[in-house]
Design a protein around this ligand. Structure first.
Ligand code: AMP
Length: 362
């Protein structure tokens, strides 16, 4: 159901998911005079602190999801693993953006790899694994070192096992809970890149500058712009993201994570996509006039897309676990913007906030 006219200020956006992404989406919506109603499965959601309305319910409680959707003007999501049935239930009561297709593709690593390679875009070598015997066959087709990744519900390196030799097949299969999986060749990448793109309801696409990402223990550590890559490679990365956004009929922010390989003759392979605002786009809050959160809100509400031009260089650093305890030091640092998510408990590996270190544009 496509609206021809933009949702006016005063309208309410329903957001499924109440984590830090929902919190930052909500803050951006409020700048535009829009309200948010957050739906989350636990009562201690960071986004509840900054929303006009909050509902607590399971994502599988389709009646509760439908009731929530009836009270809002448009529904969006801040995490990709929203059950398809919940999206359908919400969709019966209000327009839902991004479209279900974007979630179907992003939720399943096999569907995702098939979809992206079907567009003629390079991905790592991969093979589907449903049984231990599939895994042993796959090791012959996708030679180690390789990563066994569950098809669904993996994030930040969870649900993954490294395989160096055939002997490790059994223990790797057990370690991922014998769940449907893919075996994926390890890519000897030079660097990891991502493109945060936004597509409007009218099909207009805009790209933020390409980001260079460094992960630590499977979790994003830093995102740097500009990425230290040739302009032609940056253009290629953006073209890939645009092709995927187009093919999905995506509306909203879409993030595409890629590996750069090939030394002097660089090439790109897509790792994965996220049908949402992304940690590697947090730098846009302080280095662009219109950040990824506002552009997502603008896109799903049918507003004109905002200016994605970068006016500064930026290095975003995640504050994981007790790293956020040093907020006072970061707050005193010149050229640094501190963003904290209001989470009560700093568990190891938990994203508590981030800082953007800003410097003049080069
Ligand atoms: P993922 O959950 O697939 O995004 O994986 C998290 C991180 O693990 C990636 O950002 C990479 O740093 C690393 N990784 C994942 N897949 C591969 C691969 N096929 N080759 C090399 N590194 C990988």
């Amino acid at each position: 159901m496509m609206r021809d006219t933009p949702l006016p200020p005063g309208s309410t956006i329903g957001i499924l998911g109440g984590g830090q992404l929902g919190r930052m989406l909500s803050a951006s919506a409020s700048r535009l005079g829009l309200k948010t109603h957050i739906y989350n499965d636990t009562p201690d959601a960071p986004a509840f602190h900054v929303a006009a309305k909050a509902s607590v319910g399971d994502y599988d409680d389709l009646e509760a999801v439908a009731q929530f959707a009836e009270k809002v003007d448009v529904v969006t999501c801040e995490f990709e693993n929203v059950p398809a049935a919940a999206l359908e239930a919400a969709g019966a009561a209000a327009p839902v953006f991004p479209p279900v297709k974007s979630f179907e593709v992003a939720q399943d690593r096999l569907t995702e790899k098939d979809f992206i390679s079907g567009l003629g875009i390079a991905v790592a070598a991969y093979s589907p694994v449903d049984t231990l015997s599939d895994l042993k066959d796959s090791i012959l087709r996708v030679p180690p070192p390789a990563l066994l990744k569950t098809r669904r519900f993996g994030y930040d390196g969870k649900g993954q096992a490294r395989i160096h030799t055939l002997c490790e097949a059994e223990s790797a299969w057990e370690s991922i809970g014998e769940a449907p999986a893919i075996l994926e060749g390890m890519v000897a990448f030079e660097r990891e890149l991502s493109v945060v793109t936004v597509r409007g309801r009218d099909g207009e696409v805009r790209f933020y500058d390409v980001v260079e990402n460094v992960h630590k223990d499977g979790i994003l550590d830093t995102s740097t712009v500009p990425a230290n890559i040739p302009a032609a490679l940056a253009a290629e990365a953006q073209a890939i993201a645009g092709k995927i956004a187009e093919a999905l009929g995506h509306v909203g922010v879409l993030t595409v994570e890629m590996f750069q390989t090939g030394g002097d003759k660089p090439s790109l392979a897509v790792n994965e996509i996220a049908p949402r605002v992304h940690n590697s786009g947090h730098w846009t809050q302080d280095a662009c006039l219109i950040n990824q959160f506002e552009n997502h809100i603008r896109a799903i509400c049918g507003w004109p897309l905002g200016d994605v031009a970068r006016h500064s260089n930026a290095v975003m650093t995640n504050l994981i676990g007790d790293e956020a305890d040093d907020w006072g030091e970061y707050a005193a640092e010149p050229g640094t913007a501190v963003h904290l998510y209001g989470k009560a408990e700093a568990r190891p590996g938990r994203k508590m906030g981030h800082i953007n270190r800003i410097s003049p544009k080069t």
